[in-house]
Design a protein around this ligand. Structure first.
Ligand code: AQP
Length: 334
């Protein structure tokens, strides 16, 4: 069976190099190995409060970033989640079948709701039913995930299996989680134990794909490090999360292993290494940022790609939704 891959990013802010190295860069390769669908998950973004203007802008920026980074609309469907209405509809159907006990075990709700759990929206609690719908609508066979999201794909599998079993029909393909290549988790530039995140309150914790050369250089200059020089082996990074993170970024942008790049930079102090890293980032992000600006400036092309992507995705999604509703006993519209 051909592999079909679906993934998406929330338009919660401008994308970071964490989103790029951990997701988009890998997606670009996957396009040649499988059928691929990549969406901008705006319906997930609103599980926490969003400013409408910022949400609108970020949605288009994420789409522009996909294209600028090499997602090819000839190979992949690129679309905005809310443009394919079947997501919301299947999300509701699945939420009616999702035991609350399963949702209670999910760590992300606890993390995002924080201490204010009573005030968190129902969508934040139930978003996993929507995520399951995203995946199952397309009969997705493989979902690229980071370690933190394995739990979510497990729940999607459980839901799909329980649906198929309950109705005694193979309606949903059971998706597999997979981590492609060396799992790259990029950490905050301010705290090497925390994930780099586009909604972290500190702008200095991350590098955006659209940061100017000066901003990149400044953020790298200010990135937290330690007084030791770079070690000559990976063992030397023990208890040095910030040092390790900067080297991870340096290696990932060159498609090399950490061990390989250590051959070039071992023994260097951070005052020598940081300019090298900044130059590398500027050279790699510059072209992406420029292309993003072009797509956002002249929106006709972007809009027509997103329209075609949504049409292709809808065709697949509507077929699954129809099967699901028939199976559940809904009367089709007259
Ligand atoms: N620091 C990271 N390192 C590696 N991969 C990362 N991803 C995000 N941050 C890193 C990957 O990017 C995709 C984006 O997922 P998302 O936007 O749906 O949510 P997220 O994982 O919560 O991303 P952020 O940037 O941290 O967003 P906010 O701040 O809004 O929560 C996923 O594939 C993720 O693995």
């Amino acid at each position: 069976m051909t592999q079909r891959i679906l993934s998406g990013i929330q338009p919660t802010n401008n994308l970071t190099i964490g989103n790029y190295l951990g997701a988009i860069k890998n997606w670009v390769q996957m396009q040649d190995e499988a059928e691929t669908l990549f969406c901008i998950v705006d319906l997930h973004a609103i599980t926490v409060p969003q400013n409408p203007t910022a949400l609108h802008q970020a949605t288009l920026e994420v789409a522009a970033a996909y294209l600028a980074a090499g997602i090819d609309p000839q190979k992949s469907a690129i679309f905005i989640q809310s443009h394919v209405k079947a997501h919301v509809e299947l999300g509701w159907l699945l939420s009616c079948m999702t035991p609350m006990g399963w949702l209670n075990r999910m760590t992300q709700f606890k993390d995002k709701a924080g201490k204010n759990r009573e005030k968190a929206g129902l969508g934040l609690y139930a978003y996993l039913a929507l995520m399951a719908a995203d995946i199952l609508l397309y009969q997705t066979t493989h979902v690229p995930v980071g370690d933190d999201q394995k739990q979510h794909v497990e729940l999607t599998r459980d839901l799909a299996q329980s649906f198929n079993h309950h109705y005694n029909k193979e309606i949903f393909t059971i998706p597999e989680p997979f981590i492609k290549g060396e799992a790259k988790r990029i950490m905050s530039l301010r705290d090497g134990t925390k994930k780099m995140s586009k909604s972290d309150p500190s702008d200095f914790s991350r590098i955006h794909l659209t940061d100017s050369d000066d901003e990149i250089a400044q953020k790298i200059r200010k990135a937290k490090t330690d007084p030791e020089p770079l070690p000559d082996s990976l063992e030397g990074f023990e208890n040095r999360p910030e040092a390790k993170n900067l080297l991870t970024i340096y290696a990932a942008f060159q498609d090399k292993t950490m061990q390989d790049v250590l051959g070039d930079v071992a023994g260097k102090s951070f005052s020598d290494f940081k300019p090298l890293l900044a130059d590398l980032l500027i050279s790699k992000l510059g072209p992406i940022s420029q292309k993003m600006t072009q797509y956002l400036h002249e929106k006709t092309e972007l809009e027509s790609i997103l329209k075609a992507g949504a049409e292709n995705a809808s065709t697949l999604a509507e077929k699954t939704l129809k099967d699901v509703k028939e199976t559940m006993g809904f009367v089709a519209a007259f």
